[in-house]
Design a protein around this ligand. Sequence first.
Ligand SMILES: Cc1cc2nc3c(=O)[nH]c(=O)nc-3n(C[C@H](O)[C@H](O)[C@H](O)COP(=O)(O)OP(=O)(O)OC[C@H]3O[C@@H](n4cnc5c(N)ncnc54)[C@H](O)[C@@H]3O)c2cc1C
Length: 287
Amino acid sequence: MRLNEYDLNHSYTTTLVSSERITPLGWEAEVRHLVLRLPDTPFDYVEGQSIGVLAPGPHEFGNAHHLRLYSIASPRGGDDGRGDTISICVRRCFSIDDISGERYPGRASNFLCDANPGDPIQITGPYGVQFEVPQNDDANLLMVGAGTGIAPFRAFVKHIYQRHGAWQGKVRLFFGAKSGMELLYMNDFRKDLALYYDQSSFRAFEAISPRPHYDAPPALDRVLLENSAEIWEMLQDSKTFVYVAGLTAAETKFEAAMEEMAGGKEPWLDLKSKLNADGRYAELLYD
Ligand SMILES: Cc1cc2nc3c(=O)[nH]c(=O)nc-3n(C[C@H](O)[C@H](O)[C@H](O)COP(=O)(O)OP(=O)(O)OC[C@H]3O[C@@H](n4cnc5c(N)ncnc54)[C@H](O)[C@@H]3O)c2cc1C
């Protein structure tokens, strides 16, 4: 769906409660965890959905707002469970002019990363497919993503273990990052996901880029293939649900690994369409 097709008729004024940097200071990538206080108007959301952020103008071409989407990083009910906040995970983005090499700050992400507690932030939504939590706690969950694609998985894992307590099925997270510092929510700054490492059903696998300074993508395919025996066994089980999130580069790596595991593109696409038809496959991807 194109950005200009999103419904902007209903927007809500939230207030920034906190903005915490979750990559080290001095490290080139700045990623922040933002908590927004919702207005009194009902705004119900679930894991896997996104919100629109309307960065205020003036903007080029005279448009009043600059809309960008952000995945919801908190479980329904918010990080504190009180039901009046929503969290997002934002990477400060820049675009580089191919010819001049000049760096231009992305409008929405820089607006969000520069905001201070108490500042108003206009949001729309929520939009998109939810990562439906399977009814039975013996379901297996295979989650694959990279970069800020961790956001919906944070929401999902928190929801599963907070709402359901012990989970019987296998919960496997394969997460790619440029370096250990960018293992968002799993690095030394925010260990949110480490809270669940003692759950016998949960295991997280890290895939770090082999050459971070050359912008080489994380070795997600290698880590998936190293665990192919378990992944393949999970995929044969009708209780397994697959979720892929983040930059499309992560999906490319995922697809390559799955094709290798399945023994070719055709068999993987067959399996994927079966998972899709059963409602056991969900994607949340962006460029
Ligand atoms: C469904 C959906 C969910 C999204 N969820 C998130 C999220 O949870 N967190 C988040 O930070 N962004 C997320 N994005 C991307 C976000 O909407 C914006 O595109 C991004 O913040 C850049 O917007 P901007 O206005 O700051 O910069 P723009 O002026 O639009 O572009 C700046 C540059 O940054 C690049 N870029 C965009 N997003 C990323 C990223 N996440 N990591 C690395 N490079 C990037 C772009 O390719 C572009 O070159 C999501 C996008 C979609 C469609």
